[in-house]
Design a protein around this ligand. Structure first.
Ligand SMILES: [Zn+2]
Length: 259
């Protein structure tokens, strides 16, 4: 029997009363386990096999899927569990981590990052900013390394800079002419992209970013992901649709277009 600390990032129904759960663990990286009987409400495994559960899991390893023996929840992330908007952000973080990683490749750094992202979302920090930080930090996990500390074309370290998916990073004003596909962005947007890429999440203070700035940062990240990641995630699409409902809900009726 073995023990690990992890977070449930995917659950699938399996046979009549079982579940297969995928856990991202501190000790082994991503790992799938069969949880026998976990679909029965009275099962002692029912609660600990819910999506987002952070806990200590005891399992029998196997050649294929191991078998979950017991689990003990450490954190329930109760805000994420109960708020549909936070659920959507956390679901996307789970799916991105799932798609970007291989089984059984441990990375405590990535485990800690993922834990902190969920923890801060649950604590009420801006979920969109946290998701953007996670997206920028997941680039290296996906094998993508945009040049964010100097100009990707000439190597100079002083800006102003634009961001370019085409040039794979920052482009300084001297090189603007050489990259007509670059995204022309305000300086504070470029600074945030750079900050999200390099800074340590445990130093997160109260980041207060204007809605318009967040949207510009998002457009840059989405453009980069579309060009290089090869990922098309359902949860990302849902998140984008959700932002539209959010806009609809906060729109006053007299602001709507009339015929
Ligand atoms: Zn340059």
């Amino acid at each position: 029997m073995e023990k690990c600390e992890g977070i449930v990032i995917r659950t699938t129904s399996y046979r009549e009363s079982d579940k297969i759960i995928v856990i991202y663990t501190r000790e082994y990286g991503k790992m799938g386990l069969v949880a026998r009987g976990a679909k029965k409400t009275k099962s002692r495994l029912a609660a600990v096999t819910q999506l987002f559960t952070n806990g200590v899991f005891t399992f029998y390893p196997n050649r294929g899927l191991g078998t979950l023996q017991q689990g003990e929840a450490l954190t329930s992330f109760s805000s994420i569990q109960t708020d549909i908007f936070l659920t959507a952000y956390a679901t996307y973080a789970c799916e991105l981590l799932d798609k970007a990683t291989e089984e059984q490749q441990a990375s405590t750094g990535l485990y800690d990052l993922f834990y902190q992202i969920l923890h801060h979302i649950d604590e009420g920090y801006d979920p969109q900013v946290l998701t953007q930080i996670f997206e920028m930090k997941m680039l290296s996990v996906l094998g993508l390394y945009p040049t964010m500390d100097r100009c990707a074309i000439c190597g100079r370290e002083d800006g102003p800079f634009d961001f370019s998916a085409y040039a794979n990073g920052l482009v300084c004003y001297r090189c603007f002419e050489r990259d007509k596909y670059r995204m022309h962005l305000p300086e504070n947007v470029v600074k945030l992209l750079r900050l999200f890429y390099i800074f340590q999440l445990d130093r997160l203070g109260n980041i207060d970013v204007k809605q318009e700035t967040k949207e510009q940062v998002q457009r840059a990240i989405d453009t980069y992901y579309e060009q290089y990641s090869g990922l098309y995630l359902k949860s990302k699409k849902f998140l984008n649709n959700m932002k539209n409902w959010d806009a609809l809900l906060t729109n006053k009726p007299d602001e709507e277009d009339s015929d």
